[in-house]
Every structure is written in structure tokens, then in C-alpha cells.
Design a protein around this ligand. Structure first.
Ligand code: NDP
Length: 445
């Protein structure tokens, strides 16, 4: 890095103790060096310096009372990163590992992902260190109401439209939306991932997982491969993992493993998805319960061992940095030919380097998992029209968007001299539109 080195140095100095944010910014700036060379006017206008600094960051206390009458205190976040091409948009993560650096990495990535969808949405992200696991419905509701009481001051259908993420599913979105409506006395599309009877979009639940498969299908077919008959390993067993599994199976793949943060299951006959949905979506249980129903399958304690399973295609759909350099080498040595990131930043820089240098078809998160936010934007569209599309209509639009994202990322990679490098392609294609918008809008923020 030459031109952008000083930008990165400033980010690291100004944002200490935020390793995930540094990691995300480093990857993007490395990809953008050739863009900076081609666009000195953007360097001059400080586009690169500005894009790494959030427009606004809100941190707040979230107080709620647990079932034992004890007062609990969590910390809430909303980072409104960039609104050059539309209202801030990005999920709310509820997980004990959440801190400002994690939310900033996610918000930064979201700028480029949202731009890639071709839809008019800016980038943001939020959440809390609250852990919904093991809490009663009443506790989750009281947390969500308290969280929204503050968040409501900062969001709006034309300002910032949050959505789900880890730990924030349909139940949490429902409680938050109920509280927003109570506070603001209006019924607007201020959150996405809503229930189907109150403004939600068909196919939103499936969108990230399905979209990942639509994207990867294009990417692997360009290299003469197919999902049909392929052995696939998928990490996680949440929203993204479940619907990635469903579409992979529809494409004729055999998905042999899924996981949660405690361990993984291996079923050589192929995962029975109905059992997984029953455990995770209905009972909110743990993935190890799968072997109670399918005793032929194996449960192994510790989630990281999942990458030792030989497979043709790996789809990490759990969390950040879940595949390190060693695990990536193991996947490649065991014959893995394609990796598609359903989770955000699941591969470390060493892992990405291993995949790219080994000729693995690598679909980076901001392109491959953009189907969720794209469909959220379609939900916003339907809310504005006060009208809803059928499942098939939404799914078809999602499919077209994912194909377009693949084509745009692939074309940008080739144009900037790195054909097949979809990491560079996605970063560049996502950046160009935002940079142009920021440039044209002047030095306003
Ligand atoms: P869910 O909460 O539905 O599921 C998350 C899954 O990942 C669970 O199986 C969970 O296991 C596992 N997991 C979470 N944290 C860890 C950890 N630290 N170590 C190991 N496993 C972990 O979330 P989603 O499926 O919605 O999200 C998964 C990923 O996809 C995230 O990176 C998210 O940002 C990304 N994403 C999600 C989108 C969406 O539309 N939902 C859109 C785009 C990206 P456990 O139950 O044990 O915690």
C-alpha cells in the first residue's frame, strides 16, 4: 500500500483496541489502492479519509429487570457509518462478544455490501452485549423495549432502518417494533425482518442463505463446477446456515455438517433439515440434540473442528474469524475447491490468502451474503408502496440481484487487473458508487 498507507495508519492510531475494525479496513484499503491511483481527485477530496470514519456513533445504557427482579445493565450501540447513497441500513447484533470495534467493522463492511446490492441504502450497524440465550421471553421483551426506547431517537424510515443479525430474529424484531410504534405513534417501515402480518416481506427469512447459494452457483459454474453431487460443510445453525442448507440441498448438494458455538454434528447421509428447523427454530435448542433423533450422526464438542471434515465446498455461516490460516490449509489439503462466506468476515486474512493462492473459488461476505440486506431493501420498498409481493416475485428479484453482484464484482476484478479475485472485485465495485456519490455531494460530512 502506498497512497492509502497513511489512511490506514490513522485508523489504527485513532481507534485503538478495535482489531476487527482494523482488519476490515485493512482488507478494503488494500483492494482500493489501484482505485486511488486511478482517481487522484478522490484522494484530493479526502474520500478515503472520510469513508473510514463513521458519520455518527451512538452508545447508550440499556437497563432492564430480570425475572428475579434484579436490575441488569447492558450497553447499546448504533454506528451510522455512511449515508451517501441512502438511509443507513444494517442489522442489530445481540451477543456477549459485541463491542464498539465489532459494530464498527460490521458497519464499515455494510457500506460496500449495501452498495453492491444496486439498491439505495447506506451503511450502518448496531446491537448490544446482551445475550438472548437462556433468557425468558419476558426478559428478552423487557430488554428489547428498553433498547428501542433509546434507539428510536436515532432511527426512522428515511434515516436509518435496522434489521436482524446474530441473536436478533423475528421475536426480537417484533418486540422492538412494538416499542417503536408505541413511542412514535406511527406505523412505518423502520425495521426490516418484520412478521408477515405486519409489514414483513416473504422470502426475507430465507434471503441470506438462498442468496449465498445464488451467488456461489454463478461463481463455481464459471469455473466448471456444480453444487449437484457436491459434499458441503456449513458452519452455524442459525438463520443463514439453515437456509443455505435448504438451497444447497435443492441444488442437489449433500450437506454433511452444521454447528453452533458448542460443537458440530456430522451426518454422512446428509443433514435432515426438518430436524434442525424443529430444534433451532421451534425449540430454540442446541445442535447436539440432532443426534437424539439421528443416532447414526455424530456430535463433536468444539465448533472449530468442523473444518477438518473433507468437503468440496465450505460455507462458513456462523461468525467472524471462524476460519484461520491453519484451518484454511486443512480445508484445501482435504480437497475443498470453493468457499462462500455466509457470515461476516468469517475468514482471517491468512485464510483468505490461502484460498486465493490455492485457486479456491472464494466468495467474500460483502458480496456473497448481501442477499439478506437486499431483501430488506425490497421489504422497505413494499412498505413504502403499502403493498406486498409474492414469495416468487421477491425470490426472483433476489436471484437477479445476486447474479448482478457476482457479475459486477467479477468485472471490477478483471478491470483492475486481478481477474478471479472477488475480494478485490467486491471491494472495488462496492466502493465506486459510494465514492462517486460522496464526491458529487461535496465536503458536507
Ligand atoms: P443466528 O443468531 O441466527 O445464528 C448464528 C449461528 O452462529 C448460531 O448457530 C450460533 O451458535 C453461531 N455462532 C454465533 N457466534 C458464534 C461464535 N462466537 N462461535 C461459534 N459460533 C457462533 O445469526 P445469523 O444466522 O443471522 O448470522 C450468522 C452470520 O451471518 C453472522 O456473521 C451475521 O452477521 C451474518 N449475516 C446475517 C444476515 C442475516 O440476514 N441474518 C445477513 C448477512 C450476514 P450459538 O447458538 O451457539 O451462539
Amino acid at each position: 500500500m502506498e497512497i492509502l498507507k497513511s489512511v490506514l495508519e490513522k485508523v489504527i492510531a485513532r481507534n485503538p483496541n478495535e482489531p476487527e475494525f482494523h482488519q476490515a479496513v485493512t482488507e478494503v484499503l488494500e483492494s482500493l489502492e489501484p482505485v486511488a491511483k486511478r482517481h487522484p481527485e478522490w484522494v484530493e477530496a479526502g474520500i478515503f479519509d472520510r469513508i473510514v470514519e463513521p458519520e455518527r456513533q451512538v452508545m447508550f445504557r440499556v437497563t432492564w429487570v430480570d425475572d428475579n427482579g434484579k436490575v441488569q445493565v447492558n450497553r447499546g450501540y448504533r454506528v451510522q457509518f455512511n449515508s451517501a447513497i441512502g438511509p443507513y441500513k444494517g442489522g442489530l447484533r445481540l451477543h456477549p462478544s459485541v463491542n464498539l470495534g465489532v459494530i464498527k467493522f460490521l458497519g464499515f463492511e455494510q457500506i460496500f455490501k449495501n452498495s453492491l446490492t444496486t439498491l439505495p441504502i447506506g451503511g450502518g450497524k448496531g446491537g448490544s452485549d446482551f445475550d438472548p440465550k437462556g433468557k425468558s421471553d419476558g426478559e428478552v421483551m423487557r430488554f428489547c423495549q428498553s433498547f428501542m426506547t433509546e434507539l428510536a431517537k436515532h432511527i426512522g424510515p428515511d434515516t436509518d432502518v435496522p434489521a436482524g443479525d446474530i441473536g436478533t430474529g423475528a421475536r426480537e424484531i417484533g418486540y422492538m417494533y412494538g416499542q417503536y410504534k408505541r413511542l412514535q405513534n406511527n406505523f412505518t417501515g423502520v425495521l426490516t425482518g418484520k412478521g408477515l402480518t405486519w409489514g414483513g416481506s416473504l422470502a426475507r427469512k430465507e434471503a441470506t442463505g438462498y442468496g449465498l447459494l445464488y451467488f456461489m452457483k454463478e461463481a463455481i459454474e464459471a469455473k466448471g463446477m456444480s453444487f449437484n453431487g457436491a459434499k458441503v460443510v456449513i458452519s452455524g445453525s442459525g438463520n443463514v446456515a439453515i437456509y443455505a442448507t435448504e438451497k444447497a440441498q435443492q441444488y442437489g448438494a449433500k450437506v454433511v455438517a452444521l454447528s453452533d458455538s458448542n460443537g458440530y454434528i456430522y451426518d454422512e447421509n446428509g443433514i435432515d433439515l426438518e430436524t434442525v428447523k424443529e430444534i433451532k427454530e421451534v425449540k430454540r435448542g442446541r445442535i447436539k440434540e440432532y443426534v437424539d433423533v439421528h443416532p447414526n450422526a455424530k456430535y463433536v464438542e468444539g465448533c472449530r473442528g468442523i473444518w477438518s471434515i473433507p468437503c468440496d465446498i465450505a460455507l462458513p455461516c456462523a461468525t467472524q474469524n471462524e476460519i484461520n490460516g491453519e484451518e484454511a490449509k486443512m480445508l484445501v489439503a482435504n480437497g475443498c475447491k470453493a468457499v462462500g462466506e455466509g457470515a461476516n468476515m468469517p475468514s482471517t486474512p491468512e485464510a483468505i490468502e490461502t484460498f486465493l493462492s490455492s485457486g479456491v473459488v472464494f466468495g467474500p461476505a460483502k458480496a456473497a451474503n448481501a442477499g439478506g440486506v437486499a431483501t430488506s431493501a425490497l421489504e422497505m420498498c413494499q412498505n413504502s408502496m403499502r403493498y406486498s409481493w409474492s414469495f416468487e416475485e421477491v425470490d426472483e428479484k433476489l436471484h437477479d440481484i445476486m447474479v448482478k453482484i457476482y457479475k459486477n464484482a467479477s468485472a471490477a476484478a478483471a478491470e483492475y487487473g486481478h481477474p478471479d479475485n472477488l475480494v478485490m472485485g467486491a471491494n472495488i465495485a462496492g466502493f465506486l458508487k459510494v465514492a462517486e456519490a460522496m464526491y458529487e455531494q461535496g465536503i458536507a460530512y
